[in-house]
Design a protein around this ligand. Structure first.
Ligand code: SF4
Length: 312
């Protein structure tokens, strides 16, 4: 889990578990859309993510936390909804082209990647999701989900719940190279990293290219380090901005200030994560309980879908 996930997803998940009945899942099938050649990593990835979420404060007693591939009906429903989803709807979702562009050196232009938004539609519809937390950039995905659900209901009767967006703040967190922080771009600041690694990663971030040395005026508005200060450094934010602009603050010191705060911010998370790491079998137990909890909801949805399509 990296800092982009933390502020883009985890903080919303923590808030929403206090306010709503929530279904959270580990999207291991989604991972296949771009990492179909690295399936051996899936079990470890899943376990790590479950422990990350627990350490961050996601409460499996309060939410339903399950693994997508434990719900085989997701595949069945994706096939059924695929029959009524025009290709053009999928092709116009901007993230398809973005993913191809970001992975230009790999051949990932496959049906799975194109159908990613449809799989997301099923993830929502199969648990009768009413509200979906989305950032502005994900609105086109959800719009597609709403269109598919409406089309299904027009063809087969009022069976599926049309989800509504719950617009959430998903700040754009830049990675070490200034592009959006993303594991696939290998530019992340990982929340699990030990202090030395955090400091080294922060030192490796690009900054304003015009600010070569202390004394040169900088432009915090284009600097990835400053976007992180906005999250981690409320105590020195104004000071950082002002002293960057005048040039009095050098990038080396600015990065050290940030690293001090990032290390402190994630200290409780890392300590809890360490504790959980020693509880053998915990992730599997949580996922088994989550699968059992989601099953009745899924079975009810699928029965209604099969009945409506005369497939039962
Ligand atoms: S002083 Fe800080 S905010 Fe300004 S350019 Fe350097 S790293 Fe970025």
């Amino acid at each position: 889990m990296h800092v982009g996930h933390w502020f883009g997803n985890v903080e919303n998940m923590l808030r929403l578990q206090e306010e709503h009945e929530c279904f959270y899942f580990i999207a291991d099938w989604h991972m296949l859309t771009t990492h179909f050649d690295r399936t051996a990593e899936l079990p470890g990835f899943t376990r790590e993510l479950v422990l990350d979420l627990l350490a961050a404060g996601i409460d499996p007693e309060r939410v339903t936390l399950y693994r997508q591939s434990d719900v085989k009906e997701v595949a069945e429903m994706t096939l059924l909804l695929g029959m009524i989803t025009p290709l053009g709807w999928l092709e116009r979702v901007p993230t398809y082209k973005e993913r191809l562009r970001d992975n230009a050196e790999r051949d990932i232009a496959n049906l799975g990647l194109l159908g990613y938004p449809l799989l997301q539609t099923v993830d929502i519809a199969i648990v009768k999701g009413e509200l979906v937390p989305v950032g502005e950039d994900q609105v086109p995905h959800l719009e597609l989900s709403r269109e598919v659900v409406r089309r299904f209901n027009r063809l087969y009767g009022d069976v599926l719940v049309e989800p509504q967006p719950l617009l959430s703040e998903t700040p754009l967190i830049s990675g070490t190279d200034g592009r959006k922080m993303s594991k696939s771009l290998d530019n992340v600041l990982d929340v699990r990293d030990e202090e030395d690694k955090v400091r080294a990663t922060i030192r490796s971030f690009i900054t304003d290219p015009r600010k070569v040395r202390r004394g040169d005026p900088g432009r915090p508005e284009i600097c990835p380090i400053f976007t992180l200060h906005e999250r981690f450094s409320p105590d020195i934010l104004e000071w950082t901005e002002a002293n960057c602009r005048t040039g009095e603050l050098g990038c080396v010191d600015c990065k050290t200030n940030l690293a001090d705060r990032v290390v402190e911010f994630y200290r409780p998370f890392r300590e809890r994560r360490e504790e959980l790491e020693h509880r053998a079998g915990l992730a599997d137990e949580v996922l088994a309980a989550g699968a059992a909890k989601v099953r009745p909801v899924v079975e009810e949805t699928m029965k209604a879908v099969r009945d409506a399509m005369h497939l039962s």
